[in-house]
Ligand binder design. Sequence first.
Ligand code: ZN
Length: 237
Amino acid sequence: MRTKEFLKFFQKLVPIDLLYLLQNIHSNLLFRWILLKGSEPITFSKKSAIVFSPHQDDETFGCGGMIALKREHGIPVTVAFLTDGQSSHGPDSQIKEKIIQIRKQEAVEALEILGVETSKIHFLEKPDGSLQDLQKEQREQTIQQLAELIKSYQPEEVYVPHKKDCHKDHEATYELVKEAIAQVGIEVELLQYPIWLFWRAPLFIMLKVQDIAAAYRLSIESVQDKKTRRSLLLFSA
Ligand SMILES: [Zn+2]
């Protein structure tokens, strides 16, 4: 039985509340283990960076502390959002246009708190939820746009969601950015940040050890307040 079929079978057998509870316990244990034992501490790097974020919040939840730390040291950080974020309130929302505008504005205000100038924020505005299913031409155009950003900023580090982040847009962002880097042909350090990796069910059979083997942790204590302020800002909408 393949993994996805097994998951469906398992989900039918177990009541949903119990499934969530198991998922929560498992995620917490895995997250704590990675943070305390399964990762190497790294020192703060003064390399310039570009963060590719599928939606208007992933950049902060995933690497907001790093962004704030770099900006406090005057290091260039660019943030590019791939989708317009229209599906945050469900696929049938009647206020999609309003959501797009609000999320855009929030992203700019929030990144200001983290120290990123408006001129360094880019919105590619692909439809939320579409990145994995782009038609050939749209896909190539998106890779081209990403490549142009990489070419013009020449970052030393590139941040993307984890390749197994359990969300179609997040996993697609990893793939698209990887192709764009190959197209530009520059040497960059590609770093993956987790958003859903630990929290979507049930990872114990979906993750392989090598997927989480090379993990690093960076202390963001000195800028935690900025990251929290940004997070609260997003929740308030
Ligand atoms: Zn997201």
